[in-house]
Write a protein that binds this ligand. Structure first.
Ligand code: F0G
Length: 351
C-alpha cells in the first residue's frame, strides 16, 4: 500500500497522535533526466520533477493531504478554497475521500476544462464568481473567518508544510540539493514551500548546499517582478493568472536568501516551452508548468552559465488539465485514411 506524504514525512510535519493518517497516493513523484532541453542550454544535468503524477494531476495534493488531515483533527465541518483550478480539484478529491463538504470558489471563464471537470466529478460545491482569482481569495478569506469552515488555500500553513516535501524528494534522489531550481510562480505558495524544504534539508544535513530559486511569472500577471499589484492579470497560463499573490513576501525572501531571481516570461515563450516539453522531452505539462522551463530557456539565452550545473525544473501539473489549449496545437502529421492497410502503408512510405 502506498505510504503517502503524511506517513513518509510524519516526523517533519506538524502532525500529532490525533491526526488522521490517510493518502490518495500523493508524493514520490518522478525526477526525470532531460534529453533535449538540457543540451539546448548547455546543462549536463537537467531534471524535471513531475508533479503532474500526483493523484489529481498537480503538486497541490502534497499540501492538501496535510491541510485536510489537520482540519479533520480540529473537528471540521467543511473546507473551502479559491482557485485557478488545481487547488479546487485537489480539495474536492480529498474532501470526497474523507467525506467533508468542499466549497470551491473560482473565477468564471478562467478555469481550464479538465480542472473544472475534476471538481464536478468529485462532487464539490462550485461557485463561479465574476472576478479574478484575487477576488475569489478575498471572498473565501471572509467566508472562512465568519464560518466554521477551514480555508485550504496555501495561506493555510499546513499546505506549505506538505508541499515542502517535494524539495526533500529532490535532495533524496540527487543525494544533494541542485544548484538551480526553476519554478512557476502564481500565488507564490510553492516557491515558499520549496525554499522551506531545501532549508530544512540543509539544517538536517541531508545537503550541504541550497539551490538558487529561479521563479517565473507570466508577463501579463507579474506583480512581484513589477513590484505592484496587477488589477487585471492576463495570461494563457490560467493557473498563474494572479495579480496579488498571498505569499508575496515569502517569495521575495526565498529569492533573496537563495541569491536567485523572480522574473517574467511572455505567453509566447510559455507556449514554445509547452510544445518543446511535449515534442522533445515526452512530457505533456500544463502551460503554467512550462513557465519555469521558459524561464530557464530565457536566462540561458541571456547568458546564464549552465555548464557543470545541476538544475531542476518543477513541472507542476499535467497537460491533460487544459484540453482546449492542447487542441490548438497544429498536429505534426494527422490525415484521414480508409481502413485499408495498403493505403496506410503507402502513406507511411511516401512520408
Ligand atoms: N503551476 C500550476 C499548475 C498551478 O496550478 C499553480 C497554482 C502554480 C503553478 C503556481 O503555484 O500559486 O503556489 O505560486 N495554482 C493555484 C490554484 C493558484 O488555485 O490551483 P503557486
Amino acid at each position: 500500500m502506498t505510504k503517502g506524504v503524511l506517513e513518509k514525512y510524519r516526523s517533519y510535519l506538524p502532525l500529532t497522535d490525533d491526526t488522521p493518517m490517510f493518502s490518495l497516493g500523493e508524493g514520490d513523484t518522478p525526477l526525470v533526466k532531460s534529453r533535449a532541453i538540457g543540451e539546448m542550454v548547455g546543462c549536463d544535468e537537467l531534471y524535471f520533477k513531475l508533479e503532474g503524477c500526483n493523484p489529481t494531476g498537480s503538486f497541490k495534493d502534497r499540501g492538501m493531504v496535510v491541510a485536510v488531515a489537520k482540519a479533520l483533527e480540529g473537528g471540521v465541518t467543511g473546507i473551502a478554497c479559491a482557485s485557478t483550478g488545481n487547488t479546487s480539484a485537489s480539495a474536492a478529491a480529498y474532501g470526497a475521500y474523507m467525506g467533508i463538504p468542499t466549497t470551491v470558489i473560482v473565477p468564471k471563464g478562467h478555469v481550464s476544462r479538465g480542472k473544472l471537470a475534476q471538481a464536478i466529478a468529485y462532487g464539490a460545491r462550485i461557485m463561479l464568481i465574476r472576478g479574478s482569482f484575487d477576488h475569489a481569495l478575498d471572498l473565501v478569506r471572509d467566508l472562512t473567518e465568519r464560518n466554521p469552515i477551514i480555508l485550504v488555500n496555501s495561506i493555510n500553513p499546513n499546505r506549505i508544510q506538505g508541499q515542502k516535501t517535494a524539495a526533500f524528494e529532490i535532495v533524496e534522489d540527487l543525494g544533494a540539493a541542485p544548484d538551480l531550481l526553476f519554478i512557476p510562480v502564481g500565488n507564490a505558495g510553492n516557491i515558499t514551500a520549496y525554499w522551506m524544504g531545501f532549508h530544512e534539508a540543509f539544517i538536517n544535513e541531508w545537503t550541504s548546499t541550497r539551490p538558487k530559486m529561479m521563479g517565473f511569472q507570466a508577463q501579463g500577471a507579474a506583480p512581484i517582478v513589477r513590484g505592484d499589484v496587477v488589477p487585471d492579470p492576463e495570461t494563457i497560463a490560467s493557473a498563474i493568472r494572479i495579480g496579488n499573490p498571498a505569499s508575496w513576501n515569502s517569495a521575495i525572501r526565498a529569492r533573496d536568501e537563495s541569491g536567485g531571481t523572480i522574473d517574467m516570461v511572455s505567453d509566447e515563450d510559455i507556449l514554445d516551452a509547452y510544445k518543446l516539453m511535449a515534442s522533445r522531452e515526452g512530457i505533456f505539462c500544463e502551460p503554467a508548468s512550462a513557465a519555469g522551463v521558459a524561464g530557464l530557456l530565457k536566462h540561458a539565452r541571456n547568458g546564464l552559465e549552465m555548464e557543470g550545473k545541476r538544475a531542476v525544473c518543477v513541472i507542476t501539473g499535467s497537460g491533460l488539465k487544459d484540453p482546449d489549449l492542447a487542441n490548438e496545437i497544429e498536429p505534426e502529421w494527422m490525415e484521414e485514411y480508409p481502413p485499408d492497410v495498403a493505403a496506410v502503408e503507402q502513406a507511411l512510405t511516401v512520408g
